[in-house]
Design a protein around this ligand. Structure first.
Ligand code: PGA
Length: 262
């Protein structure tokens, strides 16, 4: 079966930009892309601001009809109630979020999120109509001990426990050692792991879902290396951290087709 997957370029702002800076960035980004409507229309773009920025960005995107998706960086496993500091999937859905990052390595490291918690968050996202962007990836120690694929494959298998066949998800392969280090994986290595992850998707939620799911690469993605990743058959986009905070850089990553020549 031949399926064309629309590339997805996702900007993970992490804990950067207050709501005023957030609005300024989205506005400038949109203006930077306006003369590139053609290329830009064939790529999905989602920004993942901090919780405190979501309302302002949503208002701007709505008012100016900016074609960016809006996502959150995390959500609670709980639906509501006495969970101080948590934000529920229903609250995010009300703010027009369509996606939510789950299991980012910084959540796993800073908040001790286990694979069981990640799986519960995937369920919480789906229960609220949010597409989970499930992050998996190995540390440099894992890489040395087990090679590149074993840990991300095991993480994804657990995250997809109980997910129904055909469910829409996004998967992001982010080697922990590549995040924020300036040292991206090679496109060949990333392709190998992304292909292994697609096989997990097929096994867990079916061949059609595997063919339709966007598998992203993340970790030191820049305008100078995006094209090489996008040439790989199992890489359908990128989760971009640092590079998504700079207008020209992120606009250039979104316009990767210019470099790929497709
Ligand atoms: P980076 O972060 O692009 O700054 O390496 C990617 C991520 O953590 O999602």
């Amino acid at each position: 079966m031949v399926t064309t997957r629309t590339p997805l370029i996702a900007g993970n702002w992490k804990m950067n930009l207050d709501h005023l800076q957030a609005v300024a960035l989205v506005q400038k980004l949109f203006w930077a892309l306006r003369d590139a409507q053609h290329e830009f229309e064939s790529v999905d773009v989602t920004v993942f601001p901090p919780f405190t920025d979501l309302r302002s960005v949503q208002t701007l995107v709505d008012a100016d009809k900016i074609p960016f998706g809006l996502g959150a960086q995390d959500l609670s496993v709980h639906a509501s109630g006495a969970h101080t500091g948590d934000v529920s999937g229903a609250m995010l859905a009300k703010l027009a979020c369509s996606q939510v990052i789950i299991g980012h390595s910084e959540r796993r490291q800073d908040h001790g999120e286990t694979d069981a918690v990640v799986a519960a968050k995937v369920q919480a996202a789906l229960a609220n109509g949010l597409v989970p962007v499930i992050c998996v990836g190995e540390t440099s120690e894992d890489l040395e001990k087990f090679g590149a694929s074993a840990v991300p494959v095991a993480q994804l298998e657990q995250a997809l426990e109980g997910v129904a066949a055909g469910t829409e998800i996004v998967v992001a392969y982010e080697p922990v050692w590549a995040i924020g280090s300036g040292q991206a994986a090679t496109p060949e290595q990333a392709q190998q792991v992304c292909a292994a992850l697609r096989a997990v998707i097929a096994e867990k939620i079916g061949d059609d879902a595997a063919a339709a799911t966007r598998v992203l690469y993340g970790g030191s993605v820049k305008s100078t290396n995006i094209a090489a990743f996008m040439r790989e058959p199992d890489i359908d986009g990128a989760l971009v951290g640092g590079g998504s905070l700079k207008v020209d850089e992120f606009a250039s990553i979104i316009r990767f087709q210019k470099h790929v020549g497709v």
